[in-house]
Write a protein that binds this ligand. Structure first.
Ligand code: HEM
Length: 535
């Protein structure tokens, strides 16, 4: 009898906790947000605004099916975030919407973002709890997810591994891996039997695989041996699995609908961790002297204990580099190839620049020179412009750890209540005509010639491809290096043009990506070497 009473009491307690978390707390948050003056679309219980989001995405997918191949310059924001575009018309650039019972403050207003996060206020924001569990298998407690003092310690240890000297040492592995991809594309052209016109290739697929291999080599140094290759394959399998699961974010108990997938991801995560642990133990034992990030972190942490990451922490950082680093870079390169295919004048200009600064060094198996890569100025403008138009990380999210008071000028202030999530819409800001002018939707790399850092954006917080504040991307220089190596090698071998099969339908799947790959026609170029050997 006592047992039954205890069970009944526990059930009542659980029910009360559930009612509080799913109903009372969100209702109180809603009242506070409205009281602070934040408007937004009306949510319903328990889905919040998810039904409208889903319907709007379905309508957009339908519209995409009827699209032509034209790479028209246009406002891709309305295409990838149709619901935000609609709500913005009614509520402006700052409003509240709800994922399930979780409030999200939508922000596409750089001045508001600055006022809410600048200086000491930065410390009041962490990463949203609502995404934490989903992202655990990918990032563990690595730098992307770490908070507070743990984050500070990790960031201090990790940032030096991305120094210019260390990145220069990675040029060789980037060249070697990319040469393999280009050889495969060369084979595809040869197999088409049409050297003159070349062949159609889905460049996105090749570039993503290439970037995954580069980041795996750069992170933990091994892909050719069995252990490294197994980690690599499993990391890719996990990526695919996490992509498929379309969770009802923020909806109470929705997790129970995905028990199987959650379990599978967790199990794969355990296997990856075990393989990485073996690699790290082995590297520690043999005092491995590689040029990869893991070897650098191990070397840097041998002496001082406060600069030492545990094996567990190193495992999470290796996974973080893999998941944070390859797809983003690959998408930057893929969208660039599309832009260069659609803008042959810029393609010619970059090819000319590569010929001038690098000559045919990579054809002759020589290592590309970091200083010469750094002189590819126009390529830098093109990279910035592509990251502006098609930011691979289309949003940045935060959660208020405490109440945040945002000054609104003339002494007035609004309070963002503790627990509120913030969704910074990077795509919206990068396409905002108020910030960039009437040509905001057009591919114009020359805007970065005039203003290399900001591209002429009217607000310093309006251009955020790598995030902002202390949590700005730690791998951005690695990306810049890889981008230059891959693009320089590719432009010397092939001319790219848009294939008729390509349909321009960017969409969000965590990253900003093409819906069905990027099909380009690759026409082989006659290199100086080939010319001289045939003469
Ligand atoms: C085009 C390529 C890339 C883009 C667009 C990109 C974008 C971003 C963004 C927007 C953030 C900030 C996230 C936030 O504040 O919540 C970030 C952070 C981060 N990125 Fe990247 N990234 C790129 C390449 C890389 C590479 C190559 C690596 C590693 C090898 C990397 C590792 C990280 C890590 C570890 C963080 C967390 C930093 C911290 O919280 O201290 N990223 N990245």
């Amino acid at each position: 009898m006592d047992g039954a009473v205890a069970i009944a009491a526990a059930a009542v307690l659980l029910l009360c906790a559930f009612i509080y978390a799913a109903w009372l707390a969100p209702a109180a948050a809603r009242r506070r947000l409205r009281g602070a003056g934040f408007d937004g679309p009306r949510p319903s219980f328990p889905f919040g605004n998810l039904p409208e989001i889903t319907a709007s995405l379905q309508a957009q997918a339908q519209a995409n099916n009827n699209k032509s191949s034209a790479v028209a310059s246009g406002d891709i924001h309305a295409a990838v975030f149709p619901y935000f575009a609609r709500w913005r018309e009614s509520f402006g650039k700052v409003f509240v919407y709800w994922l399930g019972t979780e409030p999200f403050l939508y922000v596409a207003h750089p001045e508001f973002l600055k006022a809410a996060t600048a200086g000491a206020l930065g410390k009041r924001w962490g990463k949203p709890d609502v995404f934490r569990r989903d992202r655990m298998p990918m990032f563990g407690r690595g730098l992307v997810m770490a908070e507070g003092e743990e984050w500070t310690r990790h960031r201090h240890i990790i940032a030096p591994a991305f120094s210019a000297t260390n990145l220069n040492d990675m040029i060789g592995l980037m060249q070697e891996t990319t040469a393999k991809m280009l050889a495969e594309w060369g084979d595809a052209v040869a197999a088409s039997g049409d050297q003159q016109d070349g062949a159609v290739v889905d460049v996105e697929r090749g570039v993503v695989r290439n970037a995954a291999e580069i980041i795996a080599k750069a992170s933990f140094g091994v892909t050719d041996d069995e252990a490294g290759a197994r980690v690599f394959r499993k990391l890719q399998a996990m990526q695919a699995m996490l992509f498929q699961s379309n969770r009802l974010v923020g909806v109470p108990l929705a997790r129970l609908l995905h028990v199987r997938k959650t379990y599978d991801a967790w199990r794969l995560g355990r296997q990856i961790d075990a393989l990485l642990m073996d690699i790290i133990h082995d590297a520690r034992r043999r005092r491995r002297q590689g040029k990869d990030l893991l070897s650098l972190l191990l070397a840097g942490t041998e002496e001082a204990t406060d600069r030492r990451l545990t094996t567990r922490e190193l495992v999470d950082e290796c996974k973080t580099f893999f998941f944070g680093g390859h797809e983003t870079t690959a998408l930057a390169l893929s969208w660039t190839l599309l832009m260069l295919a659609a803008h042959p004048d810029w393609q010619d200009a970059l090819r000319e620049e590569v010929e001038r600064e690098l000559g045919n060094k990579d054809d002759q198996g020589q290592k590309l020179d970091a200083a010469a890569l750094g002189r590819l100025t126009k390529m830098g403008w093109v990279m910035s412009e592509v990251l502006r138009l098609y930011p691979p990380s289309p949003n940045v999210q935060r959660q208020a750890l405490e109440d945040v008071q945002v000054a609104e000028g003339k002494g007035a202030a609004v309070v963002i209540p503790r627990g509120t999530n913030m969704w910074v819409d990077v795509v919206a800001m990068h396409h905002d005509v108020d910030l960039w002018g009437d040509d905001a939707h057009e591919f114009r790399p020359e805007r970065f010639a005039r203003d290399p850092m900001q591209g002429g954006c009217r607000h310093r917080m309006g251009f955020l491809p790598f995030g902002f504040g202390g949590r700005i991307c730690v791998g951005r220089n690695l990306t810049a290096m890889e981008y230059r190596v891959v693009l320089a090698m590719l432009l010397r071998r092939f001319r790219v043009s848009v294939a008729p099969e390509y349909r321009h339908a960017p969409k969000i799947m965590l990253s900003l990506r093409p819906s069905n790959g990027i099909q380009l026609r690759l026409t082989p170029l006659v290199t100086a070497d080939a010319k001289s050997s045939s003469a």
